[in-house]
Design a binder for this molecule. Structure first.
Ligand code: AGP
Length: 578
């Protein structure tokens, strides 16, 4: 969703901000803007569309460099220049950018009689609130703090006034970058990673003031120590390099990412095992793709550790509240750790005394701070909206955890190493999937069927195809076909069959008898398959390998259908609003 970058220091702020915004493009946006302090003047540029197409020349000036920038993913008000951030107060001396939704903005706006509004956004209200506080005699920090406290919802704001930047957050992500005589504020680390690897992740209810130095406070105004962390990602990891798309690069990084995931620190794994063993009930939750990984974990726990567990979609979890108590363990799966629906589910779980174990890619994210313990999957920065390497790394960590719970961690690790080799081999067959994509590109629907662990894989494969290519795809449990889905099959309907067990081949036959076009992804060939793509059998690690050809198919379908695989239509990478 919206991306924020702000800078105070000695470099050309225009260049820093444009670079930062480009690094944040992956989050999804439809317009963007920059405000630069140029002596006493404020230069503001706002545009709809993509940055590269319309980036203007920004003035270079001498002295202190100060500015902020924003990529907007429209929620309140259409995609127009006047709705793009940054927004200003009536005087123009307060300028700010915002991520989140001010849920009570209409009520707040009613209290701002006499102020001139120039956009339809909830954000602009914040600038006028600060202006009102300043007019009442409050110093800037107090005015900002007091205005921020009036906002309802999950919000992150950065404000520029005079020679200071002020930041506060109550939900949406915000991280400070500390350099030598310079400071950065961003929604995500890659925005400033080129300049510094020293970061301070703001927690909810914290605010920072960036002037000649950087100071942290809580929202009551009490000073807090800065907890600095070193970012281990290299700037190159967050770049496309030789690849045409981030999605392709990230798929190709899976063999190494899997090995890293399988190399979890022993003490982290032991602490997670203790949490699982202590719990009387385990719920795995996630949203979108992470929900499919959470679902897969219930099969892994069942078949590897013979342990029952349940799965729920993050946004549905609160409806299951009565079943959650202090004996419950919630395993929250996420790439970003900033998904609002998931964070809300985690808050619900904690309110009811449950323990939370995160299976997470982004270190320092909100989920990591909220969880009682975290297993970092260590996939590295993932920028394509469609998750690939974080997904298979999460699968690997959960496979390892299930083995560790069963007292067979070494076996889990060996399986992940085999999966890494098999994934490398699958990736080398990208051309096969490109040819299949060419054949399927003009179809209306694709169905993917699987049983057992292949069922969540079928659902995840369908998610990838939907978001990257916009072709309608659906993942169906093989056993459900004759309960409803066979009604959809007609001559030529493409159906991807995962596995070659007796039951799933029986389902494939049911489809074939009705004219379906059967594509088998399985260890063994079957005469029911019209097309066969060989995928090795790795026991419980097969799900990881089985997903890779579906990711490749989604990528090639996206290209064949004229889409940009990195930017899924109407979707954002990190869904920080409900
Ligand atoms: C992934 O391909 C999707 N874009 C999306 O479903 C994603 O998995 C979901 O929004 C959850 O994100 P998270 O893993 O960052 O929590």
């Amino acid at each position: 969703m919206c991306g924020i970058i702000a800078y105070r220091g000695k470099r050309s702020a225009g260049e820093v901000l444009l670079h930062g915004l480009r690094q944040l493009e992956y989050r999804g946006y439809d317009s963007w803007g920059i405000a630069l302090k140029n002596g006493h003047e404020l230069e503001v540029v706002r545009r709809t569309g993509k940055i590269s197409a319309s980036a203007p020349k920004l003035a270079r000036h001498k002295g202190l460099q100060l500015g902020l920038g924003h990529t907007r993913w429209a929620t309140h008000g259409g995609v127009t220049e006047s709705n793009s951030h940054p927004h200003r107060d009536c005087s123009g001396s307060v300028v700010l950018a915002h991520n989140g939704i001010v849920e009570n903005y209409q009520e707040l706006k009613r209290g701002l009689q006499g102020h001139r509004f120039s956009s339809e956004t909830d954000t602009e209200v914040i600038a006028h609130l600060v202006e009102k506080e300043l007019a009442g005699g409050a110093p800037l920090r107090e005015a900002f703090r007091s205005a921020f406290l009036k906002l309802e919802g999950r919000n992150a704001v950065v404000l520029l006034s005079g020679e200071e930047l002020l930041v506060a957050k109550s939900g949406s992500p915000m991280v400070l970058g500390l350099g030598d005589g310079e400071s950065f504020v961003a929604s995500d680390v890659p925005a400033f990673l080129r300049y510094t690897d020293r970061a301070v992740f703001l927690a909810d209810g914290e605010m920072a003031v960036i002037g000649d130095d950087v100071r942290l406070y809580d929202l009551q105004g009490t000073p807090k120590p800065l907890k600095e962390e070193t970012i281990e990602w290299s700037p190159e990891q967050a770049e496309k390099g030789e690849y045409p798309h981030f999605m392709l690069k990230e798929m190709m990084e899976q063999p190494e990412a899997l090995l890293r995931a399988g190399n979890l620190p022993k003490e982290d794994l032991a602490a997670a095992v203790a949490m699982v063993r202590k719990a009387k009930r385990v719920f795995a939750i996630g949203c979108g793709t992470a929900a499919q990984v959470a679902n897969l974990s219930t099969y892994l726990f069942s078949c590897i550790a013979e342990m029952p567990s349940q799965f729920a979609i993050g946004s549905e979890f609160s409806h299951l509240k009565p079943a959650i108590n202090q004996d419950t363990l919630v395993i929250a799966v996420s790439q970003s750790g900033e998904t609002a629906d998931l964070l809300e589910a985690v808050a619900t779980a904690k309110e009811r005394g449950a323990k939370v174990l995160a299976v997470l890619n982004v270190k320092g994210s909100s989920l990591m701070r909220e969880a009682h313990h975290t297993l970092l999957v260590n996939a590295g920065p993932e920028k394509a909206v469609a998750s690939t390497k974080a997904t298979t790394a999460q699968m690997a960590v959960l496979l390892l955890l299930a083995h560790a719970v069963a007292g067979r961690a070494d076996e889990g690790k060996r399986l992940i190493e085999s999966a890494s080799r098999a994934v490398r081999e699958m990736l080398s067959r990208s051309e096969e999937m490109r040819a299949l994509a060419q054949r399927l590109r003009d179809r209306q629907n694709i169905y993917i069927i699987g049983r057992g662990m292949n069922y969540p894989v079928a659902r995840e494969g369908a998610i990838k195809i939907q978001e990257v290519s916009t072709l309608h795809a659906e993942g169906i449990a093989g056993g459900e076909l004759k309960h409803y889905a066979l009604a959809l099959v007609e001559k030529g309907t493409p159906c991807i069959v995962l596995g070659s067990g007796k039951d799933i081949l029986g389902n494939a036959m049911e489809i074939k008898s009705r004219g379906g076009d059967i594509i088998g992804l399985s260890p063994e060939r079957s005469e029911v398959f019209d097309t066969w793509i060989q995928v090795p059998d790795l026991g419980p690690a097969s799900a990881i390998v089985q997903l890779v050809p579906l990711q490749l198919l989604a990528y090639h379908l996206g290209i064949a259908r004229g889409m940009d695989p990195d930017y899924c239509r109407n979707l954002a990478k990190s869904v920080t609003v409900k």
